[in-house]
Design a protein around this ligand. Structure first.
Ligand code: NAD
Length: 279
């Protein structure tokens, strides 16, 4: 039966990440918010990064604290090197170290290629790709300094890059975004290869269509949603919690041998749905 209703269950309060320290970028909205809350629910202390919208970030912090773990909000633009360096220095100061970096912050500045300004191109690459590079680099330094603490995790650290199905699906009218996510794929794999000997696991989660502010126009009318569902074999738009659950499990030691992988969380969007009825 086709349904668009939200069916996602948050992970039960298993202590999957108990004692681990996590930072989620862009965590006052959408996927980042659900992920920060999800990591807190399963036992992690969490830094809620935001670039604008302090109130929303403080709300997320309070929700995480209600699980009995620590959390604070930190304002930083992930595309600015000095701000990312300061953000990681602070988490080490406040929490002692960091175990999980979720490089989630991202945005779109859509235009047809002939209308796309260089500023739109740079903005998306700066936040979606350079921002993830800076966050991964600074987290890796701390992971390598500290090494493995077996009672906390099998790994010295985990980096999870928030990618997109558009790391492999071309997307007309969004060349800056698709290029940024294609870049995330190769950045993630290269970092995974380089950092694995240090027992640092680098992986990506690639969401399909998730109901968040970034893509509101794709699902906020019945017509738009019906058109979107034609691209989703599982016939429902995803919820931010679908991604939060995947991130929490991927960051946990249950996934200790998963290195350099992309976990597609997309209801089958990458299965060439146009071929389901022929081709
Ligand atoms: P969203 O707009 O709700 O959240 C994006 C977050 O990133 C916001 O908190 C925003 O403030 C933050 N951000 C933007 N620029 C920033 C900067 N310079 N520094 C720090 N934070 C910044 O959208 P979302 O859907 O939750 O997107 C989160 C991630 O998921 C993005 O990387 C996006 O590309 C990816 N994604 C989303 C979908 C989807 O369907 N929603 C699909 C695939 C991938």
């Amino acid at each position: 039966m086709a349904t668009t209703a939200s069916e996602t269950r948050p992970l039960a309060a298993l202590p999957l990440l108990k004692g681990q320290k996590a930072l989620v970028t862009g965590a006052n909205s959408g996927i980042g918010k659900a992920t920060a809350i999800g990591l807190g629910r399963v036992g992690a202390d969490v830094v809620v990064n935001y670039v604008a919208g302090k109130e929303a970030a403080e709300d997320v912090v309070r929700e995480i604290q209600s699980f009995g773990v620590r959390a604070y909000a930190h304002e930083a633009d992930v595309s600015q090197e000095d701000q990312v360096v300061a953000m990681i220095a602070r988490v080490v100061e406040e929490f002692g170290t960091i175990d999980i970096m979720v490089a989630n912050a991202g945005l779109q500045r859509d235009a047809s290629v002939t209308d796309m300004t260089l500023a739109q191109w740079h903005k998306v690459l700066d936040v979606n790709l350079t921002g993830q590079f800076l966050c991964a680099r600074e987290a890796a330094k701390e992971f390598m300094r500290r090494g493995v603490v077996p009672e906390v995790s099998c790994a010295a650290g985990k980096i999870i890059c928030m990618s997109s199905v558009h790391q492999i699906i071309p997307w007309a009218g969004h060349v800056n975004y698709a290029a940024s996510k294609g870049g995330v794929l190769m950045m993630m794999q290269t970092l995974a290869q380089e950092l694995a000997p240090h027992r640092i696991r680098v992986n990506a989660v690639a969401p399909g269509a998730i109901r968040t502010p970034i893509n509101r126009s794709a699902w906020d009318t019945p017509e738009a949603e019906e058109a979107l569902l034609r691209l989703i074999p599982y016939r429902r738009v995803g919820d931010p919690e679908d991604i939060a659950n995947a991130v929490a499990v991927l960051a946990s030691d249950f996934m200790d041998y998963v290195v350099g992988s992309t976990l597609y969380v997309d209801g089958g969007m990458t299965l060439f749905p146009g071929f389901a009825t022929g081709g």
